[in-house]
Design a protein. Structure first.
Length: 395
C-alpha cells in the first residue's frame, strides 16, 4: 500500500487547473498541506489528520478531523480533479460518542492527557463543574475539548457525559463558585462531618439552598453536600461583580504564591507557567489560550523595544529562544508583569514566586531577563482568543 500524506491550499486551484488524469503524490501533499496551514494550523485546538492511500488502483481517504470546513475544501479539490476514492474519514464527534457529545467535570480537578492512557503526558486540567466537548472514545478514555479549545484525553472516572440538552440545563442552573485555594465539600452541615470531595479555586457546583453558614450543593453526577458560605459565592453574582483591573490581576496572582509547579497543571494543586497565567485570568473572568506559545499570539503587542518601559501591570511576558537565521523564535515560558519599583514579575517556575529584572534586587532573575522575547496586553483588548465570560460562555 502506498501512503500519501494529505496536506493543503493557496495553490489548490493552480494545481487543479493544470492537472489531468492521475497526479503525483506530491500534488496531493501540496493540497493537503496548504489547507492545513490555512484552516487548521494548530493541532492542539483543531484536528486535521488525513491520508490518501493507494491500493489496487483505488484511492482510500482515511483519517480524522474536527474541521468540517477544511474537510469539505479537501473533498472539493479531489472531486474537481475527478479522483475516484472511498471516503473513510471520521469527522469528529461521530457515532463513537453518539448524542452524548458533551461532558462535565465531576472531580475537583481532572487530568487531561496527551494520549488515551494514564501514563501519558499531562496536557492540561479542568476544574469541577466545567463543561467539555466530547469528540471521540478509545477504551476508558474520551478525547475532549476544553473551553479554551484544547484537545486531549480524559479518563471516564473524571467526567459525567451528557447530551446537549443536559449541558444547556447545567448552564441554566443556579451555581456557586469556590473562591478559596483549597477546601472541602462536606456530607452534612459541619466541618467535622464526612468529606464528600475536596474542591479547589474556581470549582463550580449546583446551588440547592443555604442554611446555617453552608451552601447546599449538588455535583454534576448528582452527589450532594455542603460548602461553607464564607468560602464560595453565587456564580452569577461573582461574574456580575467582576471588574478586571491591573490590581485585581496582581491580587489574584499573589494569592497563588508558593503553589507547586506541575507540567500540564492549571489548578491550585499544581500549575505550569501558562497554567498559572491562565488561572489568574480565569479568576478575573477570562478564558485565555492554554500554552505560552499560544498566549503570545493573543492580545496586543507591547514593549517592542524589549526595554520594559512600555509594560503595564498584568501584561504577559514571554521568554524562550530568540529567532536566528536558521530557526524560528521558540516560546518556552510566560509570567505576569507587576511593574513595581523592583521591576518584578510573577511566574510559575519550581513554584509560583516573584522575580526581579533589576540586578540590584535579591530576587534578580538574569536567566529570564536574557531570554526575554516580548509582551502582550490582554486587559481592554478585544480578541477572539480571549473569551470574556460575561459575553461569550458559561463554565
Amino acid at each position: 500500500m502506498k501512503i500519501i500524506k494529505f496536506i493543503p491550499f493557496a495553490f489548490i486551484f493552480i494545481l487543479l487547473s493544470c492537472s489531468k488524469g492521475e497526479k503525483s503524490f506530491n500534488d496531493f501533499n501540496a493540497i493537503y498541506s496548504e489547507i492545513k496551514k490555512e484552516h487548521t494550523p494548530d493541532k492542539r485546538v483543531e484536528l486535521f489528520d488525513i491520508q490518501l492511500n493507494a491500493l489496487n488502483n483505488t484511492y482510500i481517504l482515511e483519517g480524522e478531523t474536527t474541521s468540517a470546513e477544511a474537510f469539505t475544501i479537501l473533498l472539493d479539490s479531489l472531486n474537481k480533479r475527478k479522483v475516484i476514492y472511498q471516503n473513510k474519514v471520521r469527522v469528529l464527534p461521530d457515532s463513537a460518542v453518539g448524542n452524548l457529545s458533551y461532558a462535565i467535570a465531576k472531580n475537583s480537578v481532572i487530568n487531561i492527557r496527551s494520549k488515551p492512557k494514564h501514563s501519558a503526558e499531562l496536557g492540561t486540567q479542568s476544574l469541577l463543574g466545567m463543561t467539555l466537548r466530547v469528540l471521540d472514545k478509545k477504551g476508558d478514555f474520551y478525547r475532549v475539548q476544553t473551553p479554551d479549545k484544547y484537545i486531549s484525553w480524559v479518563d471516564r472516572g473524571g467526567i459525567i457525559r451528557v447530551n446537549k440538552a443536559d449541558r444547556d440545563r447545567w448552564f441554566g442552573e443556579k451555581k456557586i463558585i469556590y473562591n478559596k485555594n483549597f477546601g472541602y465539600v462536606y456530607k452534612d452541615m459541619s466541618e467535622n462531618s464526612e468529606i464528600v470531595s475536596d474542591i479547589t479555586l474556581g470549582g463550580i457546583l449546583k446551588f440547592n439552598g443555604i442554611k446555617s453558614g453552608f451552601f447546599e450543593v449538588e455535583f454534576p453526577d448528582k452527589r450532594k453536600g455542603y460548602v461553607k458560605t464564607n468560602e464560595a459565592t453565587y456564580y452569577d453574582s461573582w461574574l456580575y461583580n467582576l471588574n478586571p483591573t491591573k490590581e485585581s490581576l496582581e491580587n489574584v496572582a499573589k494569592t497563588m504564591t508558593g503553589f507547586p509547579y506541575l507540567w500540564g497543571g492549571t489548578s491550585s494543586k499544581g500549575m505550569d507557567c501558562s497554567g498559572f497565567t491562565k488561572t489568574v485570568y480565569l479568576m478575573n473572568g477570562f478564558i485565555i489560550p492554554r500554552d505560552a506559545s499560544q498566549q503570545i499570539n493573543a492580545g496586543k503587542t507591547v514593549d517592542k523595544n524589549l526595554d520594559f518601559s512600555d509594560l503595564e501591570k498584568g501584561d504577559l511576558m514571554f521568554f524562550g529562544k530568540k529567532a536566528t537565521a536558521n530557526k524560528k523564535q521558540r516560546v518556552t515560558h510566560v509570567g505576569i508583569w507587576l511593574g513595581n519599583d523592583k521591576m518584578e514579575f510573577i511566574h510559575s517556575a519550581g513554584n509560583v514566586h516573584l522575580s526581579s529584572l533589576d540586578e540590584n534586587e535579591a530576587n534578580y532573575d538574569g536567566f529570564n531577563k536574557n531570554r526575554y522575547l516580548g509582551s502582550r496586553r490582554y486587559l481592554g483588548v478585544k480578541d477572539k482568543m480571549i473569551i470574556d465570560l460575561k459575553e461569550k460562555i458559561k463554565l
